[in-house]
Design a protein around this ligand. Structure first.
Ligand SMILES: NC(=O)c1ccc[n+]([C@@H]2O[C@H](COP(=O)([O-])OP(=O)(O)OC[C@H]3O[C@@H](n4cnc5c(N)ncnc54)[C@H](O)[C@@H]3O)[C@@H](O)[C@H]2O)c1
Ligand SMILES: O=P(O)(O)OC[C@H](O)CO
Length: 314
C-alpha cells in the first residue's frame, strides 16, 4: 500500500530513505534546508549522498508549507533538532525521529525532545543502516519504536519495504539509547584501531561497550533485550567494524592526531560528553571517549586506565 510521507532533513540518511520509499512507489516529499533547487535540477544530493539518483517521482522542496503528510520522518542531526522544532510548526500527527544522539542543551533523546515541542505521536526509527546501503536498495533491518503499540504496528506496516524490514518495539528509551550509545563505542573502536591496538582489543571493547550501553539504558528505564537487538548490538557491530561509519573514522583520526572535516556529523562525541557528565550507571568507555576528544588523555593512557581497573566478574 502506498503511503504519503514527508522526510525532513536532506542529509545522507534523509535522502537515502527518500530514495528507497519513492522507488517503492510511496508518495514522498523530501524537505531540505539548503540546496533543494540544485537537487531538483541534478536529481542528486551531491553534497551528502553523491552517486545516488533521486527518483523522478520524489519531490524535493525547500518550503515547509509543501509538507502535507500525516506522517513525517525527522532525519536531522540530534544537535540541530531542538532549534529546528522550536521555530517550526509541524502539522503531521506522527513524527518519526531518525536521529541517534542525546541533545547537549537538554540532555534529552530525540523523542523526548520532539515531545517537548509537539503534540504529535512520536516514534523512533533506528538500527544498523548506512545511508549508502539503503539508497542502493541493499537488505537492511531496523527497529521501529513507539510507545503507542497500535501506531507502532501501523508504522511498521507502512514503512517496511521488501529490502527494508522493520521490527517493532514499545521500548523507545532502549531503542533510542541503543542508537545513541553505539556511536560512543564506535569512536572508541576507531581509536583502538587507529592506535594499532588490534582486533582482539576491539572485540573486548565492543563486548564491554555493550555491557555499558545496557547498564545505561536499563538505568534510564529501557529494557535489556532491546540492547541485544538491532538498535544496540546490531548497530554496534556495524559501526565498530566499518570505516563507512563517521564515528569510527572520527575515533581513528583522534588516535592518529588527525581530524575530520568540520561538517561531518559525529553524533557520538556529544553523546559521550553527555553520558560522561551523568551520575548513575558506570560508564568508563563514555568517560574515555570524552577525555580523548577533549584532549585530556591519550589512547595509551586510556588503555592503561581501562586495563588496570580492579578485576571483577563479567
Ligand atoms: N548517514 C547514515 O548512514 C545514518 C544512518 C542512520 C541514522 N543516521 C542518523 O540520521 C541523523 C542525520 O544524519 P545524516 O547522516 O543524514 O546527516 P548528514 O551529516 O549527512 O547531513 C546533515 C543534514 O542536516 C541538515 N541540517 C543541519 N542543521 C539543520 C537545521 N537546523 N535545519 C534543517 N536541516 C539541517 C544539513 O543541511 C545536512 O543536510 C543523525 O542523527 C544520524 O546519526 C544516519
Ligand atoms: O556514520 P555513523 O557513524 O553516523 O553511522 C551511521 C549509522 O548510524 C549506522 O547505523
Amino acid at each position: 500500500m502506498s503511503a504519503r510521507l514527508d522526510i525532513l532533513g536532506a542529509g545522507a540518511f534523509g535522502t537515502a530513505l527518500a530514495i528507497a520509499y519513492a522507488q517503492a512507489g510511496h508518495d514522498v516529499t523530501l524537505w531540505a534546508r539548503d540546496g533543494a533547487q540544485e537537487m531538483r535540477r541534478t536529481r542528486e544530493n551531491a553534497r551528502r549522498l553523491p552517486g545516488h539518483r533521486l527518483p523522478e517521482a520524489l519531490r524535493v522542496t525547500g518550503d515547509l508549507s509543501d509538507l502535507t503528510g500525516n506522517c513525517a520522518l525527522l532525519a536531522l542531526p540530534t544537535q540541530t533538532l531542538g532549534g529546528f522544532l522550536a521555530e517550526t510548526d509541524l502539522r503531521a500527527d506522527i513524527l518519526v525521529s531518525c536521529a541517534k544522539g542525546i541533545d547537549r542543551a537538554t540532555g534529552l533523546g530525540p523523542t523526548a525532545l520532539i515531545a517537548r515541542h509537539s503534540k504529535a505521536t512520536v516514534a523512533q526509527l533506528t538500527g544498523p543502516s548506512f545511508a549508502v546501503d539503503i539508497a542502493a536498495g541493499l537488505p537492511t533491518a531496523l527497529t521501529l519504536a513507539c510507545v503507542d503499540d497500535a501506531v507502532g504496528r501501523a508504522l511498521q506496516q507502512s514503512l517496511s519495504l521488501p529490502a527494508l524490514r522493520l521490527y517493532r518495539t514499545t521500548d523507545v528509551i532502549g531503542a533510542e539509547l541503543g542508537g545513541a550509545l553505539k556511536n560512543v563505542v564506535a569512536i572508541a573502536a576507531g581509536a583502538v584501531i587507529g592506535a594499532g591496538l588490534g582486533d582482539s582489543a576491539r572485540a573486548a571493547l565492543m563486548a564491554r561497550g555493550l555491557a555499558e550501553m545496557t547498564r545505561i539504558a536499563v538505568a534510564a528505564g529501557g529494557q535489556e533485550a532491546t540492547l541485544s537487538g538491532l538498535s544496540g548490538l546490531g548497530d554496534l557491530i556495524l559501526t565498530c567494524g566499518s570505516e563507512k561509519s563517521r564515528n569510527f573514522r572520527y575515533g581513528m583520526a583522534l588516535a592518529r592526531g588527525e581530524s575530520l572535516p568540520p561538517d561531518v556529523t559525529v553524533e557520538g562525541l556529544h553523546t559521550a560528553r553527555q553520558i560522561a557528565a551523568r551520575a548513575g550507571a558506570e560508564n568508563p568507555i563514555a568517560q574515555a571517549v570524552a577525555a580523548l576528544a577533549d584532549g585530556r588523555a591519550s589512547v595509551g593512557e586510556i588503555a592503561d586506565r581501562l586495563l588496570n581497573r580492579p578485576l571483577k566478574p563479567e
